[in-house]
Design a protein around this ligand. Structure first.
Ligand code: ADE
Ligand code: ZN
Length: 341
């Protein structure tokens, strides 16, 4: 017998929905604030943690953008990334496609290059030190306008050979995908992959828009798709990957209880779901914790876990030969494991 926890931690997997700014741990926030001479509006780590009590996405975003203010130097971004990779490597991650929010930083005077060079340095070090590969996804903040997104894409131009795709995040309600159709078209013309948060708080219509108007390669979250059977059928038919984030959904009140999380239902409906951590420092768990707690809460079988691990690679933007190697590693791992108990 192998415990669920050990089985999950050893299972090769990829993380496809991770905001690197959301991996900023409270202790690290204080350490960066100290080294950069930034005053925080919290007296202690405990006081900060006590504020992690969110009623919805916007409650969280207000704190998340405030926290990101301690990130000032290339070393900060490098250290942040490396700390995340060390944690997720211990969770059995072999590959990560991570989001970053350049506008959160450039709007307060931090050059795009400081952010990108720092993250890329941390990613390169993680690959060398831990054997975890990674790719960057630039997210546009949807509460800002399309001109600002275009300006960000222009700033990213010198880095586009090191950025795999663009995404869309921040406050979903009132900011439908349609608002960003042209900048996504421009990103597509540059050969970038496309993803968008849709159906986290927003209605199924936003998921349709992400498919029709943005022509995304993946949907981030997608929970509310389940309200629309025709959309479920469409997503299943297309084999569209959903990057689902169970502990995020719990913390942001998208679900009231983890036992009610739709992940198992998504698999039963033929949807290509994956498990991810979103903003682990704020939501109470990194990648393996999301897997283990969800598996216990909704009753994921060994077969479900293997499907989820395979989905995380086949839904990634890795080249086919690398995906095949990861799938073979999963098969080899599972064949060597006794029953979970
Ligand atoms: N930015 C960071 N985390 C996010 C989330 N879960 N939804 C939308 N924007 C985000
Ligand atoms: Zn997210």
């Amino acid at each position: 017998m192998v415990s669920l926890s050990n089985f999950v931690r050893g299972l090769p997997k990829a993380e496809l929905h991770l905001h690197i700014e959301g991996s900023l741990e409270p202790e690290q926030m204080f350490a960066f604030a100290r080294r950069n001479g930034v005053a925080l509006p919290f007296a202690s780590v405990e006081a900060l943690k006590a504020a992690y009590d969110f009623g919805n996405l916007q409650d969280f975003l207000d704190l998340y953008y405030q926290g990101a203010d301690v990130l000032r130097t290339e070393a900060d971004f490098r250290d942040l990334a490396l700390a995340y990779f060390r944690r997720v490597a211990a969770d059995g991650a072999r590959h990560v496609e991570l989001f970053f929010d350049p506008q959160t930083h450039t709007d307060r005077g931090i050059p795009f290059a400081v952010v990108a060079d720092g993250l890329l340095a941390g990613m390169a070090e993680a690959e060398r030190e831990l054997g975890v590969s990674s790719a960057l996804i630039l997210c546009f903040l949807r509460h800002l306008d399309e001109d600002a997104a275009f300006a960000t894409l222009r700033q990213a131009e010198p880095y586009l050979d090191r950025i795999i795709g663009v995404g869309l995040d921040s406050s979903e309600l009132g900011h439908p995908p349609a608002k960003f159709a042209r900048v996504f078209a421009a990103a597509r013309e540059r050969g970038l992959k496309l993803v968008a948060h849709a159906g986290e708080e927003g209605p199924p219509e936003y998921v349709h828009e992400a498919l029709d108007l943005l022509q995304v390669d993946r949907i981030d979250h997608g929970n509310r798709s389940l309200e629309d059977p025709a959309l479920v059928a469409r997503l299943a038919r297309k084999g569209m990957t959903l990057t689902v984030c169970p502990l995020s959904n719990l913390k942001l009140c998208v679900v009231g209880d983890l036992a009610d999380h739709p992940l198992k239902r998504m698999l039963q409906l033929g949807l290509k779901a994956t498990i991810n951590s979103d903003d682990p420092a704020y939501f109470g768990g990194y990648l393996a914790e999301n897997w283990i707690r969800t598996a216990s809460a909704v009753g994921l079988t060994r077969e479900d876990l293997v499907t989820l691990a395979k989905n995380s690679f086949t839904g990634s933007f890795l080249p086919p030969a690398e995906i095949a190697q990861h799938l073979a590693a999963i098969d080899a791992y599972v064949a060597a494991q006794p029953a979970i108990g």
